[in-house]
Each structure stands twice: as C-alpha cells, then as structure tokens.
Design a protein around this ligand. Structure first.
Ligand code: SAH
Length: 213
C-alpha cells in the first residue's frame, strides 16, 4: 500500500473535521494528519479510511472512529516522552498515533491474530511501540508501571483495579465504562489513594473480555 497525495489531502480534511468537533490538542491533530489510517484497514475500505467511521478489522473487532481515537488521546493530556499503556491493540492504529506523538507506548492485545498483525505492521511503518504484549488487559502490564496515561479501547464493565494501581500520580486513565453503551470516563490519580472522576459522553465500543487461551 502507498500513501499518496490524495490520502494526505483527505487526512488534512479529517484533521479539520476533528478540530471542528472539539479536538484542540495540536499534537493529537498533527498525529491524526500524519498517520496513514488506510494502512490499518482492509484494502476494500481504503477509499473510506478518512471518514469519521469505524470499520471491521477481523476477529469481530472494529477500529475506533477517528474522533474517538483523537478524544481519548487528548483526554490523557500527555507530553512527549511520557509512558502510556494501551489496552486493546486491535489494528494498531491508536498505537501508531501514540508512537507518532513520541510517547513510550506499551500495548496489550488478547487475540493472537490481531496481536501478530500489529507486531508486523507497526515496525514496517517505523511506528513500533516499546512493546506489544499478548495478554489480558484486565491485569495491565506491571513490569513497566507506573504510566502517565492508560487508555482502554474496549468497553469495560467497570474500572479494573489493576489499571488504577498502575497509574502514576497525576496520570489519567481513559476508559469507556458500561455494558451495551459506555460512558467515556477519565480517572485522574490525585495521590496514592485518591482519584478524581469525570465523564465525557456516551460511546459504543466492542466489549473488553478476558483473555482467549
Ligand atoms: N485500538 C484499537 C481498537 C480495537 S477494538 C484500534 O485502533 O484498532 C478493541 C480491541 O480490544 C480488540 O482488538 C480486542 O481484541 C481487544 N481487547 C478486548 N478485551 C481485551 C483485554 N482484556 N485485553 C487486551 N485486549 C482486549
């Protein structure tokens, strides 16, 4: 697959749309403008890759809407060099956006087919994260904790305790919480014991599930 002027033009328009929808973080907008989303989709969706839509990526999963990717990333409020944990690598697109923003990225995927695909495509695009882990996101990845940001890209029944424990003081956990539809929830770790909670509207994610053995 190639990244043509046509793709680049469509991405510029997408970034403008995201700005109109309320994305203000310049680093997020730049990453959305520069990371070729069509590389992460089946070629049959290539033409539509820069619409603000979700698409199937196999294994009953979907790549999130660009607006959702941009909003969740913005809500973490990260700076270059920060360490971030992503739950649900999926296509690897959200991972690529985070790597592009010069973050130290750890990403966990529970399905081996998606895990293997992401392992191949991200280094090819020179957007390899620190590590992709084949495992259960409910457990997080304590080996690299604490994280300044944790982003969950599947709908969680509630906030996993392990993820709260792996958040740095001042860090933010961005997680869609609920069954059926989810409320975008941001937990900010104020100190060792306390968290502040805010919400940012309703979304529909595929469910977060225990690891498939
Ligand atoms: N960030 C992805 C979104 C993919 S959809 C993208 O941009 O494409 C959500 C992903 O979360 C799916 O790939 C699903 O397999 C994965 N997932 C669900 N439950 C999980 C868990 N407990 N641990 C790790 N990954 C999980």
């Amino acid at each position: 697959m190639h990244d043509t002027h046509k793709h680049q033009g469509k991405r510029r328009l997408l970034a403008q749309t995201l700005a109109e929808k309320g994305i203000v973080d310049k680093r997020v907008l730049l990453a959305m403008e520069q990371v070729p989303r069509h590389f992460f989709l089946d070629s049959s969706f290539e033409e539509h890759a820069y619409q603000d839509k979700a698409f199937p990526i196999g294994c009953d999963q979907t790549i999130s809407h660009p607006y959702t990717v941009a909003l969740q990333t913005q809500l973490m409020g990260l700076s270059p060099g920060d360490k971030v944990l992503e739950i649900g690598t999926g296509s690897g697109y959200q991972t690529a956006v985070l790597v592009h923003m010069k973050l130290q990225v750890y990403s966990i995927e529970r399905q081996s087919i998606l895990f293997k695909k992401a392992q191949l495509i991200l280094p090819k695009m020179r957007l390899a994260p620190k590590k992709i882990i084949f495992g259960d996101g409910f457990l997080g990845y304590p080996d690299a904790a604490p994280y300044q940001g944790i982003i969950v890209t599947a709908g969680a029944p509630d906030v996993p305790k392990a993820l709260m424990a792996q958040l740095a003081i001042g860090g933010k956990l961005v997680i869609p919480v609920g069954k059926g539809t989810q409320e975008m929830t941001v937990l900010t770790r104020v100190d060792e014991k306390s968290f502040e909670r805010e919400t940012h509207g309703q979304f529909a994610f595929v469910p977060m599930l225990a690891q498939k053995k």
